[in-house]
Design a protein around this ligand. Structure first.
Ligand code: SF4
Ligand code: SF4
Length: 81
């Protein structure tokens, strides 16, 4: 695809943004697989199985999943340098 000058959107599969993350969301055993975090995750990279599964290749560490989880099942942990 030929890109035009200026701001444009790309699909998330074009942009592996995991390496930019400062904080990593870690899902604990408190997760009930309710799916709320997956609905709010901006890049839509949380899958719900027996618990929330985060794709760290694309997770930006924004913390929205942590903020919206009603069970406090996600902890934001600082990434090691
Ligand atoms: S919102 Fe919390 S409890 Fe619900 S699926 Fe996500 S991590 Fe699990
Ligand atoms: S930290 Fe942000 S990008 Fe990463 S899984 Fe949570 S809501 Fe999605």
């Amino acid at each position: 695809m030929k890109h035009k000058a200026g701001i444009y959107a790309v699909t998330i599969t074009d942009t592996k943004t995991g390496a930019w993350r400062l904080n990593r969301p870690v899902v604990s055993e408190k997760c009930t697989a309710c799916g709320i975090c997956a609905k709010f995750c901006p890049p839509q990279i949380i899958k719900i199985e027996d618990r929330a599964i985060i794709d760290y290749e694309y997770c930006k560490g924004c913390g929205i999943c942590d903020s919206v989880c009603p069970f406090k099942a996600i902890a934001m942990v600082e990434e090691e340098a």
